[in-house]
Design a protein around this ligand. Structure first.
Ligand SMILES: Cc1cc2nc3c(=O)[nH]c(=O)nc-3n(C[C@H](O)[C@H](O)[C@H](O)COP(=O)(O)OP(=O)(O)OC[C@H]3O[C@@H](n4cnc5c(N)ncnc54)[C@H](O)[C@@H]3O)c2cc1C
Length: 385
């Protein structure tokens, strides 16, 4: 049986009962929908062996080929599978642990991700360290067998639903820029951590401020060595721009289908200019799929090849435009909010963030010119070291 048939069968049997209410829910802009139920779904998904399919067999994976992984994600989206509560752990943390973690770290952290019992979030950005990430000010010092962490992270997606956070912090006093950083794994449920949700224009609070006041984690919870934090952080971003986006991209088809259905129902499908934009959106989605296959080909670990550098800017811009198309298809009614935002209104509002997170469009252009095309590097200020 192919992976597609296998998953189809399982979804038919299991996305039922109480889980019916989270079908099609929990995607971008809708993360606050039934978090408890989606956590239960994550565990059910993990128990069935669907998490970590691309991992090596010795860690419970199936060494799934890229094509099978694409089909798996397509099938999940076709069923309206709920937004995955554990996606940061599975697609960012796990590949990083597999590539750079110690044996003990693999044994400690991979099972929680695989079973859907431990959820992760990403502690990179700070108020003055976004695009200029190397301006990190959060500090970590070793005291009596523990890292003690002080500082603030911001825009931390899903911190309020997570169990662990990976934190980029400065461990060596007096260092600047990319030097002296550490990549730490920190449990969130402790007195030294304060999580404050930030409400977004979509009405939800998908991300948070996270304050560290003498927060602690064991000395062994460091990936790589002291001073290697930047290297590990960048490797993780490679996974973020690679296979991790596949699942998300597969959801785009469902959004486009909804737009087409609405346009057919309200007659706007007859408007030539909207028809052209719908056709362009369809073509863009195909381009995205082919590019995903091209960029991931040959990098079975899920990181990107050089061609992959265009991926983030392409899908982010496409999705932002899709949000605008959704509004134009609804027409003037798009400005009216009934009891709550409609799925297409949520799509529009949340898609404004796509060209910002995981590297803004401007930063993507810098990356393409410097890393893919080998053009001269952008001049940097003193803080970059
Ligand atoms: C929905 C959402 C979820 C997020 N989730 C997380 C998360 O889970 N964890 C996390 O750590 N972070 C997260 N972020 C933060 C995200 O990574 C940052 O917002 C992003 O890196 C931009 O940083 P900034 O907001 O500080 O903007 P800035 O870096 O201040 O940028 C402001 C503007 O200046 C432009 N700019 C900056 N530098 C340059 C340059 N060198 N050349 C040209 N233009 C430039 C930018 O493109 C942008 O338009 C999230 C953000 C959003 C919107």
């Amino acid at each position: 049986m192919s992976i597609r048939e296998e998953l189809n069968q399982w979804m038919l049997e299991n996305l039922t009962g109480e889980f019916e209410q989270i079908r099609w829910r929990g995607g971008p802009g809708d993360e606050d929908s039934s978090p408890e139920l989606r956590r239960a779904w994550e565990q059910k998904f993990g128990e069935a062996g669907w998490i970590g399919l691309q991992w090596p067999k010795e860690y419970g994976g199936r060494d799934l080929s890229l094509m099978d992984f694409v089909e798996f994600n397509e099938e999940y989206a076709r069923h309206g599978g709920p937004g995955r509560a554990g996606h940061i752990g599975e697609t960012l943390m796990a590949p990083t642990i597999l590539a750079y973690g110690t044996q003990a770290q693999k044994e400690r952290f991979l099972p929680g991700i695989k079973n859907g019992t431990e959820l992760w979030c990403q502690g990179y950005s700070e108020p003055n360290a976004g695009s200029d990430l190397s301006n990190i000010k959060t500090k970590a010092r070793l005291v009596d067998g523990h890292w003690v962490i002080d500082g603030q992270k911001i825009w931390t997606s899903l911190a309020h639903e997570s169990d662990w956070i990976f934190v980029l912090a400065r461990a060596e006093e007096g260092t600047k820029g990319r030097d002296g950083l550490v990549f730490l794994l920190v449990e969130l449920d402790q007195p030294g951590i304060d999580i404050r949700p930030i409400h977004q224009i979509s009405g939800t609070a998908e991300f948070n401020e996270v304050y560290f006041t003498e927060a602690k984690t064991e000395a062994d919870n460091i990936i790589g060595e002291v001073g290697e934090g930047w290297k590990i952080a960048m490797a993780l971003l490679g996974f973020e721009r690679g296979a991790s986006t596949l699942g998300q991209q597969m959801m785009f088809q469902n959004e486009l289908n909804l737009i087409i259905k609405t346009a057919n129902e309200n007659g706007r499908a007859n408007d030539p200019s909207l028809r052209r934009r719908i056709a362009e959106a369809h073509a863009g989605l195909k381009v995205m799929r082919f590019n995903a296959l091209r960029m991931l080909n040959g990098t079975q670990d899920g990181s990107t090849s050089k061609e992959g550098y265009i991926s983030k800017i392409f899908w982010a811009t496409w999705h932002r435009d899709l949000g605008e198309l959704a509004m134009d298809v609804i027409g003037a009614d798009a400005e009216i909010i009934e009891d709550e935002l409609s799925p297409m209104q949520k799509l529009f509002l949340f898609s404004r963030a796509d060209t910002i997170y995981a590297g803004t469009n401007q930063i993507q252009r810098n990356i393409i010119s410097e890393r893919a095309l080998g053009m001269p590097k952008e001049p940097r200020g003193n803080t970059n070291g």
